[in-house]
Design a protein around this ligand. Sequence first.
Ligand SMILES: [Zn+2]
Length: 676
Amino acid sequence: MQVAHPTARLNPLKAAIRVAVCGAALALAPAWADTAPAAASAGDDFFTYVNADWLKSVQIPADRSNWSNGAEMTELNNQRLKQLIEASAKGASGEVKKVTDFYSTSLDEAAIEGKGLAPLQQVLAPIAALKDKQQLTKALGASVRVDVDPLNATNFFTENIFGIWVAQGFTDPTHNTPYLLQGGLGLPDRAYYLDQNARMAELRSKYQAHIAATFKLAGMDHAEERAARVFALESKIAQTHGTREDSADVLKANNNWTAADFAKNAPGMDWKLFMQSAGLGKQQTFIAYHPSAIKGAAALVGSESLESWKDFLAFHTINHLHSAEPKALADEHFDFYGRTLSGTPQQSLRWKRSLAAIDDAMPDALGKMYVEKYFPASSKQYVQEMVSNIIASFHKRIDQLDWMAPATRKEAHAKLDTLYVGVGYPEKWARYDDLKVVQGDAMGNLLRAEKFHTQQELAKLSQPVDRTEWCMPAQLVNAVNMPMQNAINFPAAILQKPDFDPSFSDAVNYGAIGAVIGHEISHSFDDQGSQFDAKGLLRDWWTKEDGEHFKKASAVLVAQYSAYKPFPDLAINGQQTLSENLADLAGLAAAYDAYKAKLNGKDSAEADREFFTGYAQSWRTVMREPALRQRVLTDGHSPAQWRTYTVRNLDAWYKAFDVQPGQWLYLKPEERVRVW
Ligand SMILES: [Zn+2]
């Protein structure tokens, strides 16, 4: 579970959106603006109260769908990484040379243009040659990649028929296991295919037009008919997909299937052939994360025409490889995913897209270069101390929970005691010795890097579980809790201004980055994290009464968030965002306690105000409307503005800002959610 800056770079759809972006700076008029006064008071709209000047002055850059502290840090990092790569290009050797070659090749649009469709046609030729369902099954197997991550990065999107994730088993913490997830959609979620409203209907017809345009630009005939077939097939796949809420429910996902179970549970496809082709032929045990979609897709392989599937494979191949294709195809991809889906007017500059491509291909090679230059030991030391203080305050909070039985308390303490916390960068960097980078071969580099990553991940199936392994690159502005590894990563890139600096006051550091640290620690105890024990085993360690208390308090938080309406016709889904909302609430409370402990009795109303102001400043964000709508529908996080409002659950906030009954955010003391 990540902290929330919408910058995940490993997901092709999100990556496309990240480098895309923007429209009229949607001054996020809250849906309840008619009840909130124009000049916000703290108690009516804490987000606007704190960030009013920033909101008035801020402009979303034309190549982005949003602007926020996270975006500011990301843009700064992009500049730094570009300079680092450019500065090391001359005389580079080994891994650094691979980075600079990959970058300069990806950057060379003229060379890509010069080759035209030839590199793409080479990739498409084997698809056109498929003669029967056996060959199709083999091709589908060969197309899957280790490209999703349901628990850590919460990335559920893949255009391939399925996504794979490699991690320790839900109930077997000592062995790595392949998880099979749903896939095969070009739109962000099943809701885009199935929701019956005008906006979704319009997006569907624009998507089908995008498929047709893509076929045409790739030089394929009968583009309209092919597009109709692809869209019809995807609509059928969408019907078998679990909802976004289902995806967050690990109990629904905990389905242990043997290799033999697939044929029995999901008939329609030759699973043996598929698994062999996917590099999983020797694997005996799996977790079927989305059983209904696995069943559905296999049945559709059996029932739908070979032509439909060939068009499906061809379209998603072209769509996915856009960053290495001629400009017309890359522009078409941006036009749909950037402009139409996210409302971003302008495609980001080529060098930013090339940087994103290296982020995907060789994240650690770039990370190593980044931290050497931009992550001082003083920052690491300060953050490590904050982490210890916040963990200590969490221990104290557990001891003070009057509703919790000693047995549950003991398990909770054990989880904190064994938590692995990584600050800045991993202890071991990934190596790229076996990755071949060829100067001038943009398409080949992209394909080889994706395959290399999948092979590295699949190799873990015969390696011991490593709890200290990182799942986020050091140069990514984000943070993550990995519930099964019982581990947290705070990448170097998020540990900087404006959210953190060793020279800032403790109040601001604890309110901003401290709340992020608290958030990640709290994920160990959210509705999902609390289902795993200190060893990362999916096991119910709660007494019955404690479990019920936790569920009841969670239900109040679900209702609190479901009442927020970013748009008159679209509310936040309190269940879909529960884990993140719980982590926000508990994380802020723990950071506040740690800050008070650090003040050592010298506290004042002014210090409290500074702390909460630091918190609300760290979440300042503006987002274009289509992008915000997509987030509300598909993201596990509530949008930043509404995350800020969790201050209303903390008594100290009322005192600091003299919040009174009748104000919009006011909750009676008994209505405030207190979980941890
Ligand atoms: Zn989170």
